[in-house]
Design a binder for this molecule. Sequence first.
Ligand code: URA
Length: 235
Amino acid sequence: MRLDKFFSESSVLSRSECKKAVKKGEITVNGETVKNADLKIDENKDEIAYKGEKITYSRYTYIMLNKPSGVVSATEDGRDKTVIDLLPENYRNRGLFPCGRLDKDTLGLIILTNDGISAHNALSPKKHFEKTYYFKTADGFSDGDAKKIEGGLLLADGYTTKPCRIERISDREGNIILTEGKYHEIKRLFAAVGNKIVYLERIKFGDIALGDLPRGDWRTLSDEETAAFIDKNRR
Ligand code: URA
C-alpha cells in the first residue's frame, strides 16, 4: 500500500497533508525518514511513525457525535442539516453514514462509520446491542405503564415491540433500554399508554457512552470503544 493511502485510510493525514509531512521530514518507516509520499509500505509489518508517534493502520473510521435537535440522521438532505454536515471537511468524503437513526428532535449519541458490516451487526436485534435513552414525559407514568412497555406492546401498525427495560428517575423521567430501533419506537410506546415523550436523548450505544461530549461535537472512538463496536468476525 502507498504511504499516503495508509495515512488517509487511517484518518491521520489526508494525502496532501501526508505529502507536506514527508517534505518536512516528519514521517519515518522503520526508523528511516521517508522521502516520497508514494513509497510502498507493508501496513502489517512496517513500523510507521508521524512526528515520532507510531501509527496503527485502520481501514475504517468510527466516530461518535452528539446530535443536536434539528439535525437529521442522514448523509444528505435537501433541506435540513445532516450529521455529516457537522464533521470537518476531511471527514465528509469517506463514505461515513450514521449507524441507525435518531428522530430530528432526538438528541445525543450517534455513531458514524464506513464499516457497513459492523454497523449492520450493531443494529441487529439478535446481537443485543442495548441502546439507552434518557426521556422525559408530559404526564407522570405509573409502574403499571412502565411494566406494559417493558413487556412489549402491540403498536397501531400491528408490530409488537420486543421487551425492554425502564429505569425510573422520577414520575416523569427515566432511562429506557432497547435492543431494537423501530421507527419512533419510544414515542409510540409511551403514546400507547396515553403519554407523550417531550425530551429524548440517547446516552449509550452498547457499552459506548456519550459521556461529557458537548452537544454538536464529535470525536473518534477510542481503541476500546472501537473494539466494543466492531463485528467480532471483522478483526
Ligand atoms: N425512539 C424514538 O421514538 N425516537 C428516536 O429518535 C429513537 C427511538
